[in-house]
Design a protein around this ligand. Sequence first.
Ligand SMILES: *Cc1c(COP(=O)(O)O)cnc(C)c1O
Length: 430
Amino acid sequence: MAELNHDRSRQLFDEASELMPGGVSSPVRAFISVGDHPFFVAGGQGPFITDVDGNEYIDWVQSWGALLLGHAHPAVVDAVTRAAARGTSFGTPAELEVELARLVIEMVPNVDRVRFVSSGTEAGMTALRLARAATGRDKIVKFAGCYHGHSDALLAQAGSGVLTLGIPGSPGVTEGTAQDTIVVPYNDLVAVKAALDAWPDQVAAIVVEPVAANMGLVVPHDGYLEGLRSLADEFGALLVFDEVITGFRLGPGGAQERFGVRADLVMLGKILGGGLPVAAVAGPAELMDQLAPVGSVYQAGTLSGNPLAMAAGVASLRAIKEDATLYHRIQERARSLVRGLVDVADIAEVPMVATAIGGLAGFFFAEDEVVDLDGANASDADMYAHFFRGMLDRGIYLPPSRYEALFVSATHEEEHVERTVKAAHDVLTA
Ligand SMILES: *Cc1c(COP(=O)(O)O)cnc(C)c1O
């Protein structure tokens, strides 16, 4: 198949690369790990995205999961447009914040209070500060391959080794900060217990993506989240669920509801803002009221609770609540997508493992089921890059990294799954 014309995107990328580091505002967008140049987007509608050269793609990225309702959902566009006409920012309380907070508290279990911020990174910073203040402890346990935004304390990824002290995951993160971050493998309760034993009375919080979606898609073993809950209780640490992806995606109440496991604090983002910059920390009153101005844990934001962002969030959550079959549909779609991909890989005799949960789908070019970062790292990167480029040429936009999940929106139909599987067949059997 002939390659699509990307002349205008190439030209813009050349210009952008002179003006911004790597030509992008966020690194994965540069398509480096898939050996390609990024396309520049012109717009999106439902499950489709169009680039500046006029190519249309079925979009399985959906703004990295922020768009459960697809691109340019009419109710969201209308709400944002009307809010914009009334003024875009005031730095004062507004009614829309009350509405969005009420929706969150109604939908997400174990939440009495919500603090809105503008990004998942901020939500992570705030959750940590709160957990440290509430417990009077410094250290946190996180999991290799889980992403919680780019704040210093949460960047540590540290290599393998159950009790590896966090080494800086990035130059610029001080050793002092990294030392407070203990990194253990995902899906391994023994490693968590060992870390808690090794630093008794020092761990403020266990921070986890209840379904890991930033090392590809990795689901928790049966009993894993329950095990984290018991360990947190046993050792007096807080359990923080980073539901920036899973929130409103696994179901209206996210992972807490889906797995029946309570978190002490929840980080929300992505879908919460319906494509505008909104995230939040949420939890019970006794914890949340330690935040200023009630308590002394400081956190603030000029654009927090921004009316455009709140309007998009309210419109999205309302639309989600009103669509009784939405979660069933996206789950079926995600399942049928991974079934189709695995079938095609079988035919092509290419090793692939795949999984789907809620509106999340993921696959690795690997022989064995992937349960942690080591497994994800062992998958075939070159094959993924080849597959990504072949799919893009056929009008299918997959995540430009094997470490990301595929996001199903309410606007993806079976027909889009079929076109995707057909393209996969052509790429893998070519
Ligand atoms: C995207 C993401 C974040 C960070 O959110 P930003 O808004 O990009 O700062 C945090 N946690 C998880 C699980 C995410 O997927």
